[in-house]
Design a protein around this ligand. Structure first.
Ligand SMILES: CC(C)(COP(=O)(O)OP(=O)(O)OC[C@H]1O[C@@H](n2cnc3c(N)ncnc32)[C@H](O)[C@@H]1OP(=O)(O)O)[C@@H](O)C(=O)NCCC(=O)NCCS
Length: 175
């Protein structure tokens, strides 16, 4: 069954908070480096989504979800730079696909939808970072992201090690 990808507003983020919480917990439990360490308490995840909803409300963040059979199985966000000299720039954050929906093109499809929005809104420079060696690196490279460099000791892993992160960017063609 193909997924439906939609851009949602702050009210919908709050309305879907339980599904989004489960999705974030699934990613953290799967060992992904997405800001939290396992086990991720539901309350901590909910608090995170409430903070994201505020930024969606004030216009500094765009948030997409992908549904399959009514369940949210994927999400991605774009954090918009609000500084006057960076209005062409945005950061891709929290690309998450539920373990049961991975390797079927959904992560790539979410990125394509996000990039179409970015292009249409003049956000022609996209940046992101991801832990070195993650499957996400293969995805970003496949769709045209360029590595800008590696930052050592960037994030704590569940094993207690400080892992390196790779910073990527992509310049989108203007419409
Ligand atoms: C990274 C993630 C979003 C990928 O989602 P996905 O829907 O499984 O990815 P796709 O099926 O769209 O994969 C697209 C391409 O990425 C690469 N890729 C993705 N996952 C891969 C994996 N586990 N192993 C090898 N290549 C992989 C492949 O090139 C793939 O193309 P192909 O299927 O034609 O070979 C998903 O694994 C995830 O949610 N991980 C946990 C959270 C995370 O790490 N997010 C990134 C934070 S920056």
């Amino acid at each position: 069954m193909p997924s439906e990808i939609e851009l949602i507003n702050a009210r919908m983020v709050r309305q879907e908070i339980e599904s989004l919480t489960e999705l974030l917990q699934d990613a953290v439990d799967s060992g992904a480096s997405v800001g939290f360490l396992p086990p991720l308490a539901a309350e901590t995840a909910r608090q995170y989504w409430l903070e994201m909803a505020e930024e969606v409300e004030n216009g500094s963040r765009q948030l997409w979800i992908a549904r399959q059979d009514e369940f949210i199985v994927g999400t991605v966000q774009l954090s918009l730079v609000t500084k006057p000299n960076g209005l062409h720039r945005a950061e891709v954050q929290r690309l998450l696909v539920h373990r049961r929906a991975r390797r079927r093109g959904l992560g790539q499809a979410l990125m394509e939808v996000l990039e179409a929005w970015a292009r249409a809104h003049g956000r022609t420079l996209l940046v992101l970072d991801t832990r070195q060696g993650e499957p996400s690196e293969l995805l970003y490279r496949k769709i045209g992201y360029q590595p800008a460099g590696v930052i050592p000791q960037f994030c704590l892993s569940e094993t207690g090690k400080l892992d390196p992160t790779v910073v990527y960017y992509r310049i989108l063609d203007k419409l």
